[in-house]
Structures are given as structure tokens and as C-alpha cells.
Ligand binder design. Sequence first.
Ligand code: 5AD
Ligand code: FES
Length: 348
Amino acid sequence: MDRSAIVAALSDDDPDQLKQLRCRAYEVKVRHFGRTVHLRGLIEFSNRCVKSCFYCGIRRDNSAVDRFSMTVDEIVQCALNSHRLGYGSVVLQSGERRDSDFVAFVDEAVRAVLKASGGELGVTLSCGEQSTDTYARWRAAGAKRYLLRIETSDPRLYAALHPADHSFADRVRCLWELKTIGYQVGTGVMIGLPGQTAEQLADDILFFGELDVDMIGMGPYIPHGETPLAASAVNFDKARNFQLGLKMIALTRLALGDVNIAAATALQALDPSGREKGVRFGANIIMPNVTPTVHRQRYQLYEGKPCLTDEPDACGNCLDARLRAVGERVALNEQGDSPHFVRRTEKT
Ligand code: 5AD
Ligand code: FES
């Protein structure tokens, strides 16, 4: 897929073309992964954050947010729940902090989760930008994957979406370091940001390729009322962002082949069957939320977050039925490593 073909596909609203794109991407997904989807139990363990990104509901400067941090025991309980439900992997996600208490806490949590599951759970971290030492320390604790979205690969758009002290170059450097340290590395972007063009989105896909990442997690941008960006999102077009989100999944699948691609929860926020549709457009990963319901409403990055009141077990059953309805099966009790990572590391 070259840049102009990606731009053309992103700009084309013809239903037949869209169907063709979906079928081609789904075929590649099936070739690499069969008709199976791997799950990761998502544990949103703290909404305390030192960053103040203009789009995000839990940004530091949103004083309306009730801040929380789970204990290691609470995290282990969530992880064991995921293990019992057969999810195979968990993602520990939080706002960004770099103080030594936080760094030690994450280290301890990773070790505790691995110990409690007898090493059976795969652990992914998604805790923002950190020093090389911290990344190495968490890797040594046993975390084997790391998610850090670049948010947009265009430095100018990045600068427009973040306060001046949030550095695009630092974020890119973090991604390269994560690879060097030996993580399976995931990145991604928000789709349909105010002012974002098809060319910028095409460049995002090329950026994923240049970085040679193993996993992609990206989803539609959805405004949050208590953020600076909400004002410029008056023209928010839900249907357009949803469709762009599906197209980006399909085009990324065609461009990158064997990487793990998640159907983001934000897709489900815009359409009740958004995640299944994501799978039909080439995604092979879903991240059901296993955060205790008491904390879930305090972790709202955007408005309309789904499953706010569902218990983890209910989400598991619901997902299973939804995937069966589109001819897919949940791969239970498997960690679901990125085949791209396996190939990439075999080569070196
Ligand atoms: N809409 C969609 N996604 C968002 N994120 C943060 N705020 C929003 C929003 N308003 C995404 C960012 C971040 C991830 C955890 O959530 O891409 O990396
Ligand atoms: Fe939560 Fe369906 S996945 S209710």
C-alpha cells in the first residue's frame, strides 16, 4: 500500500469500495490469525496523571475528576478474574507518573500478577513515557509488551494537541527504546482529530511501518466536555469518525500484515457493535475492561465510554456471543503474542 492509495481509500465513501477494502483486509487477518480473536483484560489501575493533553478527560488540569489508585491486591484480583475468564493476557494501564513510588509500585504489581497466575498471564504495560531505566526495570519484572500511542505522527498536529512541555521527539525516542529493551511494542493514533487530514492518517500508517512495531491500538477521537479540545469539536461527526476508524484498521492490516491490531473500545463507544465491526475490518485483538465498576466511571478519557456498569463476567459472555455472531471464536487461555514480534526477533 503506497501513500497515495491509502489517501484515496481514506477519502472514498463509496459503499462498494468500502466493502472491498473490508474483504481484502479480513482475508489478510484470517491468513495470519485464522477466525480467532485474542483478548486482553484491561485494568485501568490509576487515573492520576502528570500530563495535560488537550483531548483527554483525565488530564492533570481537569479538577472535576475524582482521582484514584488501586492497590496491588486489587490489581491482582482483577488479573485473576481475567485469568479465570480465560483471557490469557492483561494490560495494566494508568495515567502517567514518573515518581519513584509509582515506578516501584508498577514493578511490584507486575511481579504480583505473574506470581498469582503462575506465570500464565501475559502482562502488557501502558503507563506512558518513562526513563530507559524504568522501562528496563519493568521489563525485568516480567512485563513483555508495552503500549505507547504516538497519538499522531505529525509533529505539528502533535504540538497543537499538547501543552508546550509535551515533546513529540521524546515520545518517539521512548518507542525506539522500548524496542531496544526487548518489549513487544505497540503504538497507535487517534482518528478524526479536529483538523486531521487523510494525508496525515496515511503518514501515521507509514510511521507504524518505519518503526516496525508489533502491535497497533488506535481508535476514533471522541470529544470530552471537560477538555480544551471540546470547543473545537463542535462539528464532531460520529459516523465519519467511526468509519474512518474502521478504514484505518483495514489499511493498517493491509500495510503491516502480521501485527496484532486491537479493535479499540472507542469504536464501541460510537457503535454498539463497533468492536465486532473492527474485527471484520481486520482487527484480531479485543480488550474487555476488567476494572472494578466502582473505578470505571473515574477513568473516562472520552464521553460515552461503554460498559460502565457491567461486571467483568458479563462483558466476557457478551463478547463471546457477539464474536460468534460474526463467525469468529475467542482464543481462550492463550497469551496471543504478536507473530510479527516472533519473526522480527528470530531474524536477529
Ligand atoms: N478520544 C479518543 N481517544 C482518546 N484517548 C485519550 N483521549 C481520547 C479521546 N478524547 C486515547 C489516547 C491515549 C489512550 C489511552 O486513550 O490515544 O493514548
Ligand atoms: Fe461489556 Fe458487552 S462487552 S457488556
